[in-house]
Write a protein that binds this ligand. Structure first.
Ligand code: NAD
Length: 617
C-alpha cells in the first residue's frame, strides 16, 4: 500500500480549436475590462494593448519594462499568449501586481499549469512557487499550435514528456498524477511523429496539446528530479536553449535512473526500452541529440555536473558528480543510451540460442520459451536481488521437502493452478467423456488389488459409503476389465501416507470392472482436508491470505486398453470448499450427490465414460 498527500491547484481550462474567440468572455469572467496582452505577436480580437518585449527565462529588466506598461495602460487583467516565455512574464507580473492572468499557450512547455516562476537577474536564475501565480483561466486553442514549426514542436513535446517522466519517480508521486503522466507520455509519443510529418494535422496537434496540459499538471503538482535540475543548470548557467536541452538530456537521465518507472514508461511509449525509445523518437524526428550541437563546450561538462550535484533535486538514484559527468558526456557525444533492456534482449537471445543444438527440438522450444518468459518477468517486475534470493530459497526448500510420500512440487503446481491448467488443456476437450481432474500429490504406484465389495477403510471409523462404479466408452458400451485405482482421505482428512503409524496402504485400492463394466466397493465418506501446509507452499498460502482446504472427494484413475486413461475426482455435493478448493480442482460435472440410505450409509453411483485412445497415451 502506498501513502501519499495530494493537493490539486489546477486552473480552469478551455480547450478546443478556435477557442481564442472565448478570450473576451474569459477576461470578463476574471473581472477584467482593460486587458494587456503579453505576446511576441500583434494584438488579438478583444485586446488592443500589447507588450511584445517577451524574452526567454523571464529577465527582471523585461518584467520592469512590462510593469511600466501595465501602469501606463491602467491594465486590470493580463493575457499571456505564446510559449513558456510569455507565460513566465505573465506570472512575474502577477507576482508584482496581483492582477488576474489568462494564459493562451502556443507551445507544449506546460508553464501555464504550474505555480512556479523562474526569473533571471544579472544571469542568476531564482525560482519561487506560489499557487497565487496560477492563471485564472488557460485557453488551449489547438489552431494556434499549428504554426509551431515541426522542429520546435518535437523538442517542446519532449520537454512536456520530461515533466511526465520525472513525475513517475517523484517522492510526491500518487496514482492520480501517475495516470496523467502515463497518458501524457503515450499521447505525445503518438502525436509527435504525426506532427513532424504534417505540422498542420489538427488531430495530432490536439493530442499533443492534451499531453502537454496533463504533463504540465504533473510538473505543477509533484517535485521533479535530476533531469529538471540538469536542464536548469544548462539553461541558466550555460545559456542552452530550453526545449532542445530537454530533448537531448531526457533519454540519458532516464538511462541513469533505470529501472525505476521505466517498465511503465516503455509500455506507455509502446517500446521495449524506455530510454532508448525516447532517444530513437527524438533522433527519428530530427531533434538535436547531442549537447555538442547545442553549443556546449566539452570542458563545461565537469562544471555542469558539479553544479547539478551541489543542491540536487530528489532523485531515485543517488546523484554523484562522477555519475552525472558520465551522463553528460554521453549526452554531449549523442550516444544512444546503452540500456539494460538492450543488454537483456541480447542475453535472452544468447540463452535461447544455446538450446538450438538440442537433439530434442520440443525440449529446445520449451526451454527457449521458458527462458524468454522468465527474463521478461524479471524485467517487467524490476525483480530485485533480494526477491531473486527469496525465490531461490523457496524453491530449494520445496525440493528439500520432497520424498517418496511428500510431493511439495506437485503441491506448488496444484496451488498455483498449473496442474489444473495442464489438465484443462490436455484432457478435457471432449464433451462426451467424463471430465478429468488433477492427480494430486497422494497417488501411490501399485495400490493393493481388491475384489468387488471389499472395504477400502478396513474398519477405520467414518460414515459408511457404498460406491457403484460403471465404466463405458463414449457410446455407453461397457468397458470390461478396466483397471480402476481409487484413493481417498480418512474421516479426519488424512491420506495413509501422511500417517506414519499405519501399517501398509489403506483407503486405496485397485479393482477391475466385470463383463458389464461394473464394480463396487465399500469405504467411508471422504472429508475435506487441508493440503500439507507445514512447508513453503503453506507459507505462500498464508502470505496471500488463502486457506489450505480441499473440498471432499474420491480420486479415480481408470485405464483400459484402447481407451484414453482418465484421472479424475468425484466431489461430494453440499460439501465445504467446493467454490474455493485450494488446488482449483473442482469441476461442476464432477460434483455428485452422495445420498443417504436409511441405515446412514452414503451411496455414490457414477458412470465414467472413457474416450478412445487416439492420443496414444
Ligand atoms: P518560448 O516561449 O521562448 O517559445 C519558443 C519560440 O517559439 C519563440 O521564438 C516563440 O515566439 C515561438 N513560438 C511559440 N509558439 C509558437 C507558435 N504557435 N507558432 C510559431 N512560433 C511559436 O519557449 P518555450 O519552450 O515555450 O518555453 C520556455 C520558457 O518557459 C523557458 O524560459 C522556461 O524556463 C519556461 N518554462 C517555465 C515553466 C514553469 O513552470 N515556470 C515551465 C516550462 C517552461
Amino acid at each position: 500500500m502506498e501513502s501519499f498527500e495530494y493537493t490539486a491547484h489546477h486552473p480552469r481550462v478551455v480547450f478546443g480549436a478556435g477557442t481564442l474567440s472565448r478570450l473576451p468572455a474569459e477576461i470578463a469572467r476574471a473581472g477584467g475590462s482593460r486587458p494587456l496582452l503579453l505576446s511576441r505577436r500583434g494584438p488579438v480580437a478583444g485586446v488592443d494593448a500589447v507588450f511584445d518585449g517577451v524574452a526567454m527565462h523571464t529577465p527582471v529588466e523585461v518584467t520592469e519594462r512590462a510593469l511600466e506598461v501595465v501602469r501606463e495602460r491602467g491594465a486590470d487583467c493580463l493575457v499571456a499568449l505564446g510559449g513558456g516565455s510569455s507565460t513566465g512574464l505573465g506570472k512575474a507580473l502577477v507576482a508584482r501586481t496581483g492582477l488576474p492572468l489568462i494564459a493562451v499557450p502556443t507551445t507544449y512547455a506546460g508553464s501555464e499549469m504550474t505555480p512556479i516562476l523562474g526569473e533571471t537577474d544579472g544571469g542568476v536564475k531564482t525560482t519561487r512557487r506560489d499557487p497565487a501565480l496560477l492563471p485564472a483561466t488557460v485557453i488551449y486553442d489547438v489552431e494556434l499550435t499549428r504554426t509551431l514549426p515541426a522542429g520546435l514542436s518535437v523538442t517542446s513535446g519532449l520537454n512536456a514528456m520530461a515533466h511526465a517522466v520525472e513525475a513517475l519517480y517523484s517522492p510526491q508521486a500518487n496514482p492520480a498524477i501517475d495516470s496523467f503522466a502515463l497518458d501524457a507520455i503515450g499521447r505525445l509519443a503518438r502525436a509527435l511523429p504525426r506532427i513532424a510529418d504534417r505540422p498542420d494535422d489538427l488531430d495530432a496537434r490536439a493530442d499533443a496539446l492534451t499531453g502537454a496540459w496533463l504533463a504540465g499538471i504533473c510538473l505543477g503538482t509533484v517535485g521533479m528530479g535530476l533531469h529538471h535540475k540538469l536542464c536548469h543548470v544548462l539553461g541558466g548557467s550555460f545559456g542552452l536553449p530550453h526545449s532542445e536541452t530537454h530533448a537531448v538530456v531526457l533519454p540519458h537521465v532516464m538511462a541513469y535512473n533505470a529501472p525505476t518507472a521505466m517498465a511503465r514508461i516503455a509500455a506507455a511509449l509502446g517500446v521495449s526500452d524506455a530510454p532508448a525509445g525516447v532517444f530513437d523518437l527524438a533522433a527519428r524526428l530530427g531533434a538535436p541529440t547531442s549537447l555538442a550541437e547545442l553549443g556546449l563546450p566539452e570542458t563545461a561538462l565537469r562544471t555542469a555536473a558539479v553544479a547539478a550535484t551541489e543542491t540536487p533535486y530528489p532523485n531515485p538514484r543517488a546523484v554523484t558528480a562522477d555519475g552525472v559527468e558520465r551522463l553528460l558526456s554521453d549526452a554531449w557525444h549523442g550516444h544512444r543510451p546503452a540500456t539494460a533492456a538492450g543488454d537483456l534482449s541480447r542475453l535472452t537471445a544468447q540463452v535461447v540460442a544455446s538450446f538450438a543444438g538440442a537433439p530434442d527440438q520440443r525440449l529446445a522450444a520449451l526451454l527457449g520459451d521458458l527462458v524468454t518468459r522468465l527474463h521478461g518477468f524479471v524485467a517487467d517486475n524490476d525483480l530485485t536481488e533480494a526477491e531473486w534470493t527469496a525465490a531461490i530459497g523457496f524453491l530449494t526448500e520445496t525440493g528439500q521437502l520432497c520424498s517418496p510420500t511428500r510431493q511439495e512440487f506437485v503441491l506448488l503446481s496444484d496451488t498455483l493452478g498449473i496442474s489444473s491448467a495442464v489438465d484443462l488443456l490436455s484432457n478435457s476437450r471432449s464433451p462426451d467423456t467424463t471430465p478429468s481432474a488433477v492427480l494430486g500429490p497422494f497417488y501411490v504406484e501399485g495400490p493393493p488389488v481388491k475384489e468387488h465389495g471389499a472395504d477400502l477403510a478396513e474398519g477405520l471409523p467414518g460414515t459408511p459409503l457404498r460406491a457403484d462404479v460403471r465404466v463405458t466408452d463414449v457410446d455407453g458400451r461397457p468397458v470390461a476389465g478396466a483397471t480402476v485405482d481409487v484413493w481417498q482421505s480418512n474421516q479426519d482428512g488424512y491420506y495413509d501416507v501422511q500417517l506414519p503409524d499405519l501399517e501398509g496402504p489403506v483407503l486405496r485400492a485397485r479393482l477391475r470392472t466385470d463383463g458389464d463394466g461394473r464394480l463396487w466397493f465399500r469405504s467411508i465418506l471422504p472429508s475435506e482436508y487441508p493440503i500439507p501446509d507445514d512447508g513453503p507452499v503453506g507459507r505462500m498460502l498464508r502470505a496471500t491470505g488463502r486457506h489450505p482446504y480441499r473440498a471432499p472427494h474420491l480420486h479415480f484413475m481408470i485405464s483400459a486398453p484402447g481407451h484414453r486413461r482418465l484421472v479424475t475426482q468425484l466431489f461430494v455435493a453440499g460439501g465445504p470448499y467446493l467454490d474455493s478448493d485450494a488446488v482449483f480442482g473442482v469441476k461442476d460435472d464432477l460434483i455428485i450427490d452422495f445420498p443417504s440410505d436409511e441405515d446412514g450409509t452414503r451411496r455414490v453411483a457414477f458412470t465414467f465414460r472413457l474416450g478412445p485412445d487416439s492420443a496414444g497415451d
